[in-house]
Design a protein around this ligand. Structure first.
Ligand SMILES: Cc1cc2nc3c(=O)[nH]c(=O)nc-3n(C[C@H](O)[C@H](O)[C@H](O)COP(=O)(O)OP(=O)(O)OC[C@H]3O[C@@H](n4cnc5c(N)ncnc54)[C@H](O)[C@@H]3O)c2cc1C
Length: 468
C-alpha cells in the first residue's frame, strides 16, 4: 500500500491542475488514471492528414487558466481554422435554403419563429428567454422556477408545435426533455462572456453555425477569438503531467474507494492500493457510479453521482472533394435523420479537398453508440451517399470518435435533468468524508476546458484550507 497526502483519481485537466497546485504547496500527491495516457477528453488522433483533436480543441479568449498554462509550458496558440461553409437543412425529405425558409410551404411556424433557420430553433428559442446576467446566476435560487425542460418552457411561452419539434432537433444539451433550461443557460451565459473579450463578434457568413460560433480573425492580446494548440490540444495535459513525474500512474483503473473521517483508500483493478489523507475524484460521474464507494453514507453528491445524466457526441472526420459544386446543394447541412449534421470546412480556395465532419449530438448520438464503432462509420457514409449522391467517391475517412462508447467516459459532457439544479446542483460540492470533487461536471462559473481547470483549482484550495 502506497501512502500520500492526496490521491487524485483521473488525469484529465481537472485532476492534473489540482495535482500541480497541491505539489506547489508541498503536498505529496498520486494521480491515478485508468487510461494508458493522460488527458481524458483532451485527445488528439494522429492521422495521415495531421493531428485531429477529437475532444477539446477550441480555446476562447477568456480562458484565463488554460491560456496561462499554455504560455507557461511553451505551447503555441494558433488561430482556429474551422470556418464552416454555408448551411442548409434536409428536413422532411426536402432541401431547405435558410434564406428562403421563412416562405417555404413546409414552414408551419408562427410569427417571428418563421424566420429562424431549422437548425437554430433550439438555441435561438432557449436564448430568447435567458434572464441570467452573471455566470453563476444559474445556481441562484431566485431562478429556481426555470429548472424545467426546454419543451415545458416553450409550451409556457406559447410556441407553435412545429417550432417545438424543430427545437427538439437542435436543443442544446442532451435534448428538449432531458436537460434543465438552467443548465443550457449556464453554457450560454458563459459563452456570451467569452464573446465580449476583445472585439465584438462581427456578423459574417458563418453566423448560422449550429453552436452560434462566429470566428473573428482580429488579433487581441495575441489571440484570435478562438485558438487551437499547434500540434494538437493533447500537448496540454502531457505538459501538465510532466512536472509531476512518476506521481502520475496510468493503466490504474480505480474500482473501490474506502472513506472515513480521517483518511481514504483506493483500490485499482490490478490490486494495487493507495492511501491518502484526502482523495479527489476527478472522473465523470458516469464512471464514478461504477466504482464501489464504502464508508458513511454520502451527502447530496451521492445522488448526483447516481443520477446525473451525460450528453454524448460522435464525430466522423473526413477529407472531401467539394461535391456541393456538382449538386448545387448547401455544403454544410443539418438533417432530421440519423446523420445529424454535416459540416464542410472552408479551405479558403473553393476547389480541391476540404476537411469535413459528420457531427452527431443528442438523440442521434445515442443511437449511433448502439450500433458500435465498426458499423457506425459505414452506416454514416451510406447515409451521406443517400442524401448526397454527388459525394460518391469523394469522401475519405480520417478518424472517428464516439465518446459515449469510450468506457472511461460514457459521454461527452455533464448535464442536469429538469429539477436537478434545485435538488442537488447547489450542494453537491460538499465533500464526502475526505473525498473532494473536481471535473467539469462540478463547475460553478466556467465552461469547457476552463471549467475543468476551475474545478481542479477549487478542489485543491478546499484541501489546502482543510489541511491548514
Ligand atoms: C468532443 C468534445 C469536444 C470538446 N470541445 C471542447 C472545446 O473545443 N473547448 C473546450 O474548452 N472544451 C471542450 N470540450 C470539453 C473538455 O474536453 C472537458 O470539459 C474537459 O477536458 C474535462 O476534463 P475533466 O478533467 O473534467 O475530465 P476528463 O478529461 O474526462 O478526465 C477524467 C479522467 O478520468 C479517467 N478515468 C475514468 N474512469 C476512471 C477510473 N475508474 N479510474 C481512474 N481513472 C479513470 C479518464 O481516463 C480520464 O482521463 C470538449 C469535449 C468533448 C468530448
Amino acid at each position: 500500500e502506497e501512502k500520500s497526502d492526496v490521491v487524485i483519481i483521473g488525469a484529465g485537466l481537472s485532476g492534473l491542475n489540482a495535482a500541480n497546485l497541491l505539489v506547489e504547496q508541498g503536498f505529496k500527491v498520486i494521480v491515478l488514471d485508468a487510461n494508458n495516457v493522460v488527458g481524458g477528453r483532451v485527445r488528439t488522433h494522429h492521422t495521415a492528414n495531421g493531428p485531429i483533436d477529437v475532444g477539446a480543441s477550441q480555446i476562447g479568449r477568456s480562458y484565463a487558466r488554460v491560456i496561462d498554462a499554455c504560455w507557461r509550458y511553451g505551447l503555441k496558440l494558433i488561430p482556429e481554422d474551422r470556418d464552416l461553409l454555408k448551411f442548409g437543412a434536409h428536413y422532411q425529405n426536402h432541401w431547405i435554403d435558410n434564406a428562403t425558409w421563412a416562405s417555404h410551404p413546409l414552414n408551419r411556424c408562427e410569427g417571428e419563429e418563421r424566420s429562424i433557420p431549422p437548425l437554430m430553433m433550439g438555441s435561438r428559442l432557449a436564448g430568447k428567454y435567458n434572464p441570467l446576467k452573471n455566470i453563476d446566476d444559474w445556481l441562484d435560487p431566485k431562478f429556481s422556477e426555470y429548472d424545467v425542460s426546454l419543451r415545458t418552457l416553450l409550451r409556457q411561452k406559447g410556441h407553435s408545435a412545429q417550432a417545438i419539434e424543430l427545437a427538439a432537433l437542435s436543443a442544446p444539451g442532451i435534448g428538449i426533455d432531458e436537460t434543465s433550461v438552467l443548465r443550457m443557460w449556464q453554457e450560454e451565459t458563459r459563452g456570451a462572456l467569452d464573446r465580449k473579450f476583445g472585439t465584438d463578434v462581427k456578423t459574417d457568413a458563418h453566423k448560422d453555425h449550429p453552436f452560434g460560433e462566429a470566428h473573428t480573425r482580429d488579433i487581441v492580446n495575441g489571440l484570435t477569438s478562438t485558438s487551437n494548440i499547434e500540434g494538437g490540444c493533447h500537448l496540454l495535459p502531457l505538459a501538465m503531467a510532466r512536472p509531476l513525474g512518476d506521481a502520475v500512474r496510468v493503466n490504474k483503473k480505480v474500482v473501490h474507494i474506502e472513506l472515513s473521517s480521517s483518511a481514504g483508500a483506493v483500490t485499482c483493478a490490478d490490486g494495487s492500493r493507495y492511501r491518502g489523507r484526502f482523495i479527489i475524484s476527478a472522473v465523470p460521474f458516469t464512471v464514478l457510479r461504477k466504482v464501489k464507494i464504502s464508508g458513511p453514507p454520502g451527502p447530496s453528491v451521492a445522488q448526483a453521482i447516481a443520477t446525473m445524466p451525460y450528453a454524448n457526441t460522435a464525430r466522423l472526420y473526413l477529407t472531401v472533394d467539394p461535391f456541393w459544386l456538382e449538386d448545387g446543394l448547401p455544403p454544410s447541412f443539418s438533417t432530421d435523420g440519423p446523420l445529424g449534421m454535416f459540416w464542410a470546412i472552408d479551405n479558403h480556395k473553393g476547389t480541391g479537398p476540404h476537411r469535413a465532419m459528420i457531427v452527431l449530438v443528442s438523440a442521434v448520438a445515442r443511437e449511433i453508440t448502439k450500433r458500435g464503432t465498426e458499423q457506425a462509420v459505414p452506416f454514416l457514409l451510406s447515409e451521406l451517399a443517400r442524401l448526397r449522391p454527388a459525394s460518391a467517391g469523394k469522401v475519405r475517412v480520417n478518424t472517428y470518435m464516439d465518446w459515449g462508447a469510450d468506457p472511461l467516459q460514457l459521454g461527452c459532457g455533464f448535464s442536469l435533468a429538469p429539477g436537478q439544479v434545485n435538488s442537488f446542483a447547489r450542494t453537491m460540492l460538499e465533500p464526502w468524508e475526505v473525498m473532494h470533487f473536481a471535473g467539469e461536471h462540478t463547475r460553478r462559473s466556467d465552461f469547457g476546458m476552463e471549467s475543468a481547470m476551475e474545478s481542479g483549482e477549487r478542489a485543491a484550495l478546499e484541501i489546502m484550507a482543510r489541511a491548514a
